[in-house]
Design a protein around this ligand. Sequence first.
Ligand code: C5P
Length: 218
Amino acid sequence: MNIAIDGPAGAGKSTIARLVAKRLGYVYVDTGAMYRAVTWHMLQRNIDPENTVEVLQEAKNLVIELIPDEHGQKVLANEVDVTADIRSLAVNRIVSRYAQIEGLRVKLATLQRQMALRKGVVMDGRDIGTHVLPDAEVKVFMTATVQERARRRFAEMDGSESITLEQLEREIAARDQLDEQREFSPLVCAEDATVLDTTSMSIEEVVESIIAMAQSVQ
Ligand code: C5P
């Protein structure tokens, strides 16, 4: 089967999706990493998100690869390892603007569907249950308060980037708003998704509840 996990920034999707995939022996696909890799590539070339024609032209020759490794997955953009760089504040701040571009979404969604063709995939993102894999056997919409999501992201940071918890909270809220309000495949809970508010759940509890959902459809 395929498992779709959607939700706003910092809800814990990638941590959970990775653990669920490990438990089930499935492949984890982080679609946010793909949007981030495109963003990193465009920033390197000074191609603004407003310049959609140039973004799409450049994207034609851009190959994004997700390669599973012992730490989770390696992300390559035209064979350059961008795994660490795509998590920078610079990418965080602008990724949702590139993610609004319809042609880019079509390209990445096509790639994501190909990755899920043989099933056995846990895919996380914003539009997986609604748009990329509407037939996924298990759909989860994972959320938590914006304060809790900012707190979790802040705790993960190593202090090398100067940002306060309050700033981070504002930036996360702004990114959510762009993702929710975009015209093409916005962040929205699929009608048939199970909502998991993880604000006061442990990682293990969330993983167990998704495993239980998967077992109930087998
Ligand atoms: O999941 P992550 O926070 O890494 O995603 C980064 C950004 O990529 C999101 O804020 C969103 O703008 C975009 N994204 C998307 N659709 C997806 C996954 C990510 O638009 N399926």
